[in-house]
Design a protein around this ligand. Structure first.
Ligand SMILES: C[S@@+](CC[C@H](N)C(=O)[O-])C[C@H]1O[C@@H](n2cnc3c(N)ncnc32)[C@H](O)[C@@H]1O
Length: 392
């Protein structure tokens, strides 16, 4: 179901709806129970209202991963939930604005970022051209008791406000697909850069993490952010919001950053431990810097795996203990897995053309055996396999 702004207002304010919404949010009906639930709701509400209650309850359940604390009280549509920044990431980027009296959030959607910025004390002009987004951000501010959000219906392409500190999270989806070029964003990157030059010198722009480096303007800070080792976004920071010029990787929830300083990792054969750098570290070009920081080395010049002889706990990489490694051979691998009574829990690859899932089916299995991870990669440009053990 597609909500209207009026339905959002009704869901947020109608007194009769609140006890039902609370109950449904706690246990939204599954498909089997849907008809019965709608029939029960129809005794009190119109068809549209009953459907709106169930739809929102279901969306709140879906939203728990992105908004672990507030999902049960927020208002979404399917699209605005999909577009919203995860709360942990929004909290991180919002910190840059903590001393700003006013911030313009240019394209606020349901308010994922606006709410995080306002929660640190700034007044936020929450701008969107979509009246539904504005109804949502208003309902969400009220649900969280947040009085610092000021919704404004406007088009970013013709800005009529004059707030020098701003945030922009342009839409990355058309009606049918995800976009990959910054000029197909809504609004396009060039429009936002124009706003930065003319109105908001202190600007943060959230972009797709796979953005080609050729689109990065000179002299700015670029931050790639991952959450639980999943790359989430790339942010351009301008003016006083930038800590310094350069590229950095930030890993959440640890809240740690690593700058790319141009270090190069040495090249050596595999050691006792395999380190898989976080995707933010790779995108920021900081693999060599991580190697330098932790005394690690690469096993192939082209591949972003690092090795070391000592276990170092780091938020910037996932780590496995290497039990054995050999030139790639399926026959040899199966012999060794049998000998080690291994149960392969995952096949990982980097620099190998093999499909890991199909390959896993060809591997020897000891039921309830010792859990192992097989890594297919290259060592000095030769196909190689590492038999690894997950660390506790
Ligand atoms: C990715 S969403 C923002 C999500 C938001 N940061 C959050 O965390 O909930 C982008 C928003 O920009 C709005 N938008 C796109 N182009 C716009 C324009 N030219 N003027 C105003 N708003 C625009 C869309 O309506 C959409 O709500």
């Amino acid at each position: 179901m597609i909500f209207t702004p009026e339905q959002i207002e009704w869901l947020a304010s109608a007194e009769a709806a609140q006890p039902w919404l609370k109950k449904l949010t706690q246990a939204p009906p599954d498909n089997g129970a849907l008809l019965g639930e709608l029939t029960r709701l129809r005794q009190h509400f119109s068809v549209d209202q009953a459907q709106a209650l169930v739809t929102l309850a279901r969306l709140r359940q879906r939203a728990r991963k992105k908004f672990p604390i507030h999902a049960h009280r927020l208002f979404f549509t399917s699209k605005t939930l999909q577009q919203a920044s995860p709360a942990a990431v929004a909290r991180w980027t919002a910190q840059r604005y903590r001393h700003a009296p006013w911030v313009a959030d240019m394209g606020c959607g349901m308010g994922g970022d606006a709410l995080a910025i306002a929660s640190l004390g700034s007044q936020v002009l929450a701008i969107d051209r979509d009246p539904l987004a504005l109804a949502l951000v208003k309902a969400n501010a009220s649900a969280l008791g947040q009085s610092h959000i000021h919704p404004l219906r406007a088009n970013i392409t013709h800005p009529g406000w004059k707030i020098p500190i701003a945030w922009a999270d342009p839409g990355r989806r058309t009606a049918t697909h995800r976009v990959f070029h910054p000029e197909t964003l809504q609004p396009p990157l060039s429009t936002l850069l124009q706003v930065q030059r003319t109105i908001a010198p202190h600007l943060g722009i959230k972009l797709m993490p796979g953005l080609h480096h050729r689109h990065i303007p000179p002299g700015i800070e670029v931050e790639w952010i991952s959450l639980e080792h999943e790359l989430k976004e790339c942010v351009f920071w301008f003016g006083d919001l930038a800590e310094r010029e350069g590229r950095r990787a930030t890993v959440l929830p640890a809240g740690k950053s690593l700058w790319s300083e141009g270090h190069k990792a040495p090249l050596n054969p595999p050691g006792h431990f395999l380190y898989e750098p976080d995707p933010a570290v790779i995108r920021a070009g900081a693999v060599g810097d991580l190697a330098n920081q932790l005394q690690l080395w690469q096993i192939d010049r082209e591949i972003a795996y690092l090795c070391g002889d000592h276990l170092v706990i780091t938020p910037f990489a996932r780590t496995w203990r290497i039990l054995e490694h050999h030139p790639f051979s399926l026959k040899r691998l199966n012999q060794r897995l049998r000998g080690m009574q291994a149960e392969v829990i995952a096949v990982k690859k980097r620099g190998s053309p093999i499909d890991p899932e199909a390959f896993r089916k060809k591997l020897h299995r000891s039921r309830k055996g010792r859990p192992m991870v097989v890594v297919l990669t290259r060592v000095n440009n030769r196909p190689w396999m590492l038999i690894c053990e997950p660390l506790p």
